[in-house]
Design a protein around this ligand. Structure first.
Ligand code: SF4
Ligand code: SF4
Length: 265
């Protein structure tokens, strides 16, 4: 897909991997040399043994990442919302919120043929992903056409990664929960005002599944952008569409890109 886009846009492309828990986007890009850097950040820590559960720190958090339960009482930081900005430290009058430097994750960067390849990987067991996503956003090259790989779901860091998106593609594969996942995703994208379409990927012999998706798209008026058949060459990590793929796939990818451009307007 990246190669097809490269041919079509004839400009600088950047492939961004936001699936920081499972960064496998570059598994098929064997030729690119990546540089990996560690990404540290200061995370807030509340000393719960000294906390008076007064709630004064709550309004200081711009991300509503502090959850206060007066009935228990309890206060906690919601990892999925915290950007590690440090504002909450100012809100505690007894100064029991402190910062501790932790390894948030890693940034991998590579370059080939004038294109950029950037991905993040979270530190194992570390569930504060938002700062890593923000750091990835800062690595976007000015003027590049950016293709982003996002994980499934609609957590806070997925929303953050979607922020500047012009068109979203929902990739559907045959599995039981596809419809619920797609409905949740389309609801999120609609609420964010992001145009979207559906791509059915890796179709082998699942004709009834394809018909189901086609019906869904028709009923919900969602553009069905493309149906990509299973191709063993793709699985083997061949990435050059010009050399290795058959005409059928080339036509499918070119068609998909045209439809994306149409949706983007
Ligand atoms: S560090 Fe920033 S985002 Fe995180 S809880 Fe404190 S104020 Fe909120
Ligand atoms: S302001 Fe300080 S004492 Fe009050 S709830 Fe927040 S952390 Fe606890």
């Amino acid at each position: 897909m990246f190669d097809a886009a490269s041919v079509k846009t004839n400009g600088m492309l950047q492939l961004m991997g936001y699936d920081v828990e499972k960064p496998d986007i570059f598994d098929h890009f064997n030729n690119i040399k990546f540089e990996t850097s560690e990404f540290y950040i200061n995370f807030p820590m509340i000393d719960l043994l000294r906390c008076r559960f007064c709630g004064s720190c709550i309004p200081f958090c711009p991300e509503t990442a502090l959850h206060f339960d007066r009935s228990i009482p309890r206060i906690e930081i919601i990892p999925d919302r915290c950007k590690a900005c440090g504002e909450c430290l100012k809100g505690c009058h007894i100064h029991i919120i402190s910062e501790r430097q932790r390894l948030c994750g890693y940034i991998m960067q590579g370059r080939e043929n004038g294109n950029y390849f950037t991905s993040g990987r979270s530190n194992d067991g570390h569930d504060y992903h938002l700062p890593l996503i923000c750091e990835l956003n800062r690595k976007i090259q000015p003027g590049a056409t950016v293709i982003c790989d996002l994980p499934p779901g609609y957590s806070g860091f997925v929303k953050m990664a979607l922020k500047e998106t012009r068109v979203a593609l929902i990739i559907v594969k045959p599995n039981r929960g596809w419809r619920r996942n797609v409905e949740n995703m389309t609801a999120l994208l609609t609420s964010m005002g992001i145009p979207y379409g559906i791509i059915v990927n890796k179709v082998k012999n699942e004709e009834s599944f394809v018909i189901e998706v086609q019906q869904f798209c028709k009923n919900e008026k969602v553009p069905l952008i493309g149906i990509i058949p299973y191709d063993p060459l793709l699985e083997q990590g061949k990435t050059s569409i010009d050399k290795d793929y058959g005409d059928d796939l080339r036509v499918i990818f070119a068609d998909i890109l045209s439809k994306i451009q149409e949706i983007a307007g």
